[in-house]
Write a protein that binds this ligand. Structure first.
Ligand code: GLY
Length: 564
C-alpha cells in the first residue's frame, strides 16, 4: 500500500454525491443573443453555421463541425479516430458526456508492443496499422444525431461530404504534418495516394479532394453507425489493416459501442465546472487542482508565488493520473476519493510556497502499473442555450499515417495512449501504471477534456488539443475566466505546464517574466522553454446579464499560421 492508498483507505466509503451529480435544474435567464461556434478551421465553423441555419440545434451543428474537421484537418481528428462530446441540454438542464473513444482490438495483448527482451519496439505504437485502436467517432456522430439532434444525420454530414468531394485548400499545418510524417506514410500506399499527389507534399493553396472519404461519409449518412462498422466500409478497413500487419477483425468493428457517462462536477469559489470523466483524466485532474487551490487567495499572491503554486498542484494531479487512472469499464480508480476536498487538503499540506517539491519526493509509481498537438477542439452555444464542447483526436500528426485502401479514413495511433510498459513514457512523456495497461476492448486513458465553466457571470465552453497539456491549459483558462477575462484573453494567454515526470516546468515564451523565472529557479524548479506553442483553444462564452455571446479561436491555431 503506498502513501496515497493509506491516505485514501480510511474514508473510501465517503460521499459520492459531492463530486458526481447527474443534472442541474434549468435556471430561467435571458436566452443567448446569438449562436456561436469556435473551431480550429473556418470551413468547419461554416459547416456548423450552415446546419444551424437549416434549423439544426447545437448538437446537429456539433455533428457537422466534427465531420467537417475530419476533412479539413485530416492530421488532427477524423472518422478513423475518436473523441469526447460534452453536451448541455438547455431544456432539462442535463449534462451528458458522449464517450466515442477508441478501444483496443480483441486480439490486443499487454505485451504486443514489446520485443523479446521486454523493451518497447520503437514506432510500433505510432506508425502503421498496428498502432490503431477501433475508431469511435463515427458511432459518436450517429449517436448524437439520433438521440439529441433535430435533423437527420445525412443532413448534418452533407457539408463534410461536399468538402471531401469538392476539395479543400491545403494549408500550412497540413503540409508541415505531411513533411514530418513522410517516413511512416511511405509504408501506406492508401495514405500516399490521398495526401502526396504525384508523390510530393502538395503546395499550400492547392485543392485536395478526398473522394473515398466522401463515399465513406455517404455510407455513414445513409445507414448510420452500421454504414461504417458493418458492410463495405468495415470490410475495406479490416482488409487494409490486416494486409498491413494489423489485428482488427469485422467483429471488433461491429462490436464498437459509444458510452454515455455522467460528467464530473466540481465547485470552486462560487463556480461549477462540468468536465470529462474517465476514460479522460481531464475532469479528475482539473478537480484535484482546483480543490488544492481553493484554500488559497490566489489574487493576493505575487505572480511568481501563484505560478509556483499552480505548478505544484499540476505535479500532484499528474502523479495521481499516472498511478491510478484508466478505463472505468476495466479498472476502478478511486475517483471520488481523489476528487474529495479532504484528499486535496492532504496534498496541500505537502506544498511549500518557498520551494519546489521534487517529483521524486512524492510516492512513486508502482511497477504494476499519456497527448495531442494534433487533436482538435470546438465549442458551440445555440440560441436556446444548448452547448457542446467537443475534443476529437486521431492522436499524433495524421494518426498512424495509414489509410486502408478505398476508405479515405486516416487511422488513429491512440494505442500509444495506453501504458505499453509501466514507467516507460509515451509520445507525450506521460508515464502510467497497470490501470492503463492494454486489454481487449479497453479504452486508452485520455487527457481530452471538454469543459463547461458555469459561474454567476455566465458560461464558458472550454477545451483544446495539446496532449498531456490539455488539462493544465484548461486550468489556466478557468482561472483566467474566474478573474474576469474575456474569451479572447483566455485563448491567447501564455501557458506553462508540469506533469510530474519529467520534473520540469515547460513554458511558452512570455509565460514568465525574467523576475518570475529567477524566482521559480530559486525555489528549485527546472524550467524548459518550449520551441512549440501549446494547444489550439476554441472557446465560446455567454454573459448572463447581457445575453452577449463571444467566440474566440486561439491565435496559435490559425490555419495559415504557426504550427503547434
Ligand atoms: N491522444 C490524446 C488524448 O486522448 O489525450
Amino acid at each position: 500500500m503506498n502513501l496515497i492508498e493509506s491516505r485514501l483507505r480510511p474514508w473510501r466509503a465517503l460521499v459520492l454525491a459531492v463530486v458526481v451529480a447527474a443534472a442541474t435544474p434549468a435556471v430561467a435567464r435571458p436566452l443567448p443573443a446569438s449562436a456561436a461556434i469556435a473551431s480550429a478551421h473556418p470551413l468547419a465553423t461554416a459547416a456548423g453555421e450552415e446546419i444551424l441555419a437549416a434549423g439544426g440545434n447545437a448538437f446537429d451543428a456539433a455533428v457537422a463541425v466534427s465531420a467537417a474537421l475530419a476533412v479539413v484537418e485530416p492530421y488532427a481528428s477524423g472518422l478513423g479516430g475518436g473523441g469526447f462530446w460534452l453536451l448541455h441540454l438547455a431544456k432539462s438542464g442535463r449534462d451528458v458526456f458522449v464517450d466515442g473513444r477508441e478501444v483496443a482490438p480483441a486480439a490486443a495483448t499487454p505485451g504486443m508492443y514489446l520485443d523479446a527482451s521486454g523493451k518497447p519496439v520503437p514506432g510500433l505504437t505510432l506508425d502503421g496499422a498496428l498502432a490503431a485502436g477501433i475508431p469511435g467517432q463515427p458511432a459518436g456522430l450517429a449517436h448524437i444525431a439520433s438521440r439529441y439532434g433535430r435533423l437527420p444525420l445525412a443532413r448534418s454530414l452533407a457539408p463534410a461530404i461536399r468538402l471531401a468531394e469538392q476539395g479543400v485548400p491545403v494549408h500550412r499545418r497540413m503540409t508541415t504534418g505531411l513533411r514530418f510524417r513522410r517516413p511512416a506514410a511511405e509504408k501506406s500506399p492508401g495514405f500516399m495516394a490521398v495526401f502526396y499527389p504525384g508523390g510530393v507534399v502538395p503546395e499550400e493553396g492547392a485543392l485536395i479532394r478526398q473522394p473515398d472519404l466522401a463515399a465513406t461519409l455517404r455510407r455513414l449518412a445513409e445507414n448510420g453507425s452500421d454504414g461504417f462498422y458493418r458492410g463495405e466500409t468495415a470490410e475495406r478497413l479490416v482488409a487494409g489493416v490486416r494486409a498491413a500487419g494489423g489485428i482488427w477483425t469485422l467483429e471488433d468493428l461491429a462490436g464498437y459501442r459509444v458510452r454515455e457517462r455522467v460528467p464530473l462536477r466540481v465547485s470552486y469559489h462560487g463556480a461549477t465546472l462540468i468536465s470529462a470523466p474517465l476514460p479522460s483524466a481531464g475532469g479528475i485532474g482539473l478537480a484535484q487542482m482546483l480543490n488544492i487551490l481553493a484554500a488559497y487567495d490566489l489574487r493576493a499572491m505575487d505572480a511568481a508565488t501563484r505560478k509556483h503554486l499552480l505548478v505544484e498542484t499540476m505535479r500532484r494531479a499528474y502523479r495521481d493520473r499516472a498511478i491510478y487512472l484508466g478505463d472505468p469499464d476495466f479498472v476502478s480508480p478511486p475517483v471520488e476519493q481523489l476528487m474529495h476536498p479532504f484528499y486535496a487538503a492532504g496534498l496541500r499540506a505537502g506544498i511549500r510556497l518557498d520551494r519546489a517539491t521534487p517529483s521524486s519526493a512524492l510516492a512513486a509509481i508502482g511497477t504494476d502499473g499519456s497527448e495531442g498537438h494534433d487533436t482538435t477542439h470546438f465549442s458551440i452555444i445555440d440560441t436556446k442555450g444548448n452547448r457542446v464542447g467537443g475534443t476529437l483526436s486521431i492522436n499524433t500528426w495524421y494518426g498512424a499515417a495509414f489509410i486502408a485502401p478505398g476508405t479515405g479514413v486516416v487511422l488513429n495511433n491512440e494505442m500509444d495512449d495506453f501504458t505499453v510498459k509501466p514507467g516507460v513514457a509515451n509520445v507525450f512523456e506521460l508515464v502510467g501504471a497497470g490501470s492503463n495497461a492494454i486489454a481487449p476492448g479497453k479504452r486508452m486513458l485520455s487527457s481530452m477534456s471538454p469543459t463547461f465553466i458555469e459561474s454567476p457571470r455566465g458560461v464558458a465552453v472550454v477545451g483544446t488539443p495539446g496532449g498531456s497539456r490539455i488539462i493544465t491549459m484548461n486550468l489556466l483558462a478557468t482561472l483566467t475566466w474566474l478573474d474576469g477575462a474575456d474569451a479572447a484573453t483566455m485563448v491567447s494567454l501564455k501557458r506553462f505546464h508540469h506533469q510530474y515526470e519529467p520534473d520540469v516546468i515547460s513554458y511558452e515564451d512570455g509565460a514568465f517574466t525574467a523576475d518570475e523565472l529567477a524566482s521559480l529557479e530559486a525555489r528549485g524548479h527546472q524550467l524548459v522553454r518550449s520551441e512549440r506553442s501549446f494547444g489550439n483553444m476554441n472557446i465560446v462564452t455567454w454573459d448572463y446579464a447581457t445575453g452577449r455571446i463571444e467566440a474566440a479561436t486561439d491565435p496559435r491555431g490559425t490555419v495559415v499560421g504557426q504550427v503547434y
